[in-house]
Design a protein. Structure first.
Length: 354
């Protein structure tokens, strides 16, 4: 890429930002400051005008509690943009908040954004355009498995295989990396959201009880498990009885919830097996030594590492602070001009951004 003196000068004063634009949560990393924003990817809008009235945690608190003239939505589904203008507004809000961290005015920021490996050209372009419209000066798209591995501190630059499994809200990203490149990947649109829907469906069929997304999320976080627990757990869930129409509370166990999510968990396990099966044998041999790292919110599902250990016969471990891996990786890439160009993904697969 040719040297541009103006870009170099702006780069000295720009408040550069790394963003993990997730289906469930958006995290913002500011160069030199670390992660300054970690909020749900929810937006409350007026139904008639589509004007945002609340974004982030405030919007999530409104879920299921809004009057008829408001709706609360997540503008990203399955890791990609489903509502362009609302995503633009959300990005603009978070970028603006990041700028408030500074006293002095700054030029428009350069922004690094993680994208799923399986994102189509149209989906990549939508992320790029939304970030530009939200106030970015320059956009660098980074494939999420690379950002994850860098954020965790894995030695992906070495001549050996490294494997990451990032279980987010909308997608599960599986990748085997070597020499700073992805050798094998799978991008699966079964992740945390699917587990919550499994719980909603199970409770409705088993107890004739209709529960909302927030109750399903609380259940997933509290007692959902992928492997038998040393001591099984229970919790009270509340919803509306579909027969009487009245409020009702029932007690459910981790055994039941494990059964509810078993199908989706098995899909994830099978996808990881497929990726390993496709990898060259030398890289598979490396994995016996290096293991498999889990990241993302789904990595915190109870017994997930144990389940994969049992099914794969390979050491599986959970990253420290797994929910922030992509944002920390984007931030690490921001710190180096060389890394920005090295790890930059094309907006579409047939163009070279350099």
């Amino acid at each position: 890429m040719a040297f541009n003196p103006l870009n170099w000068l702006l780069g000295l004063f720009s408040l550069d930002i790394g963003i993990d634009l997730g289906t469930a949560n958006t995290l913002v990393y500011v160069r030199g400051k670390g992660i300054v924003i970690n909020e749900p990817s929810w937006v409350a809008v007026e139904k008639r005008t589509k004007r945002p009235v609340a974004i982030g945690m405030q919007a999530k608190e409104m879920v299921g509690r809004t009057p008829a003239n408001l709706s609360v939505i997540r503008p990203l589904r399955d890791g990609v943009i489903s509502e362009f203008e609302i995503t633009q507004a959300m990005l603009g809000y978070f970028i603006g908040r990041a700028h408030q961290q500074s006293i002095a005015p700054f030029p428009r920021p350069r922004v690094v954004i993680g994208i799923p490996c399986g994102a189509t050209d149209v989906e990549r372009r939508a992320v790029y355009d939304a970030a530009m419209a939200a106030g970015a000066r320059e956009i660098y798209l980074i494939e999420e498995p690379k950002a994850t591995a860098i954020g965790i501190g894995l030695p992906i630059n070495e001549i050996r295989g490294t494997m990451v499994v990032d279980i987010g809200g909308g997608t599960t990203e599986v990748a085997i990396l070597s020499l700073n490149e992805i050798v094998v990947f799978r991008s699966l649109r079964v992740a945390g959201d699917e587990l919550e829907q499994d719980i909603i469906t199970y409770v409705r069929n088993r107890y004739n009880l209709f529960i909302g997304e927030r109750m399903a999320e609380q259940t997933k976080i509290s007692i959902a498990s992928a492997f038998p627990l040393p001591t099984e757990k229970t919790m009270i869930i509340r919803g509306r009885n579909l027969v009487t129409g009245l409020p009702e509370a029932v007690e459910v166990s981790s055994v039941e919830i494990r059964e509810a999510i078993s199908g989706s968990i098995q899909v994830m396990v099978d996808t990881i097996k497929d990726a390993i099966d496709e990898a060259p044998p030398e890289l598979v041999a490396d994995l016996i030594e290096t293991g498999i790292c889990l990241s993302g919110g789904g990595a915190q599902i109870l017994g997930m590492a144990d389940r994969l250990n049992d099914e794969l016969g390979i050491r599986v471990w959970v990253a420290d602070d797994p929910m922030t891996s992509v944002a920390r990786g984007a931030g690490a890439i921001l710190e180096s001009e060389e890394a920005l160009e090295q790890f930059r993904a094309s907006v579409d697969r047939f163009s070279n951004p350099r």
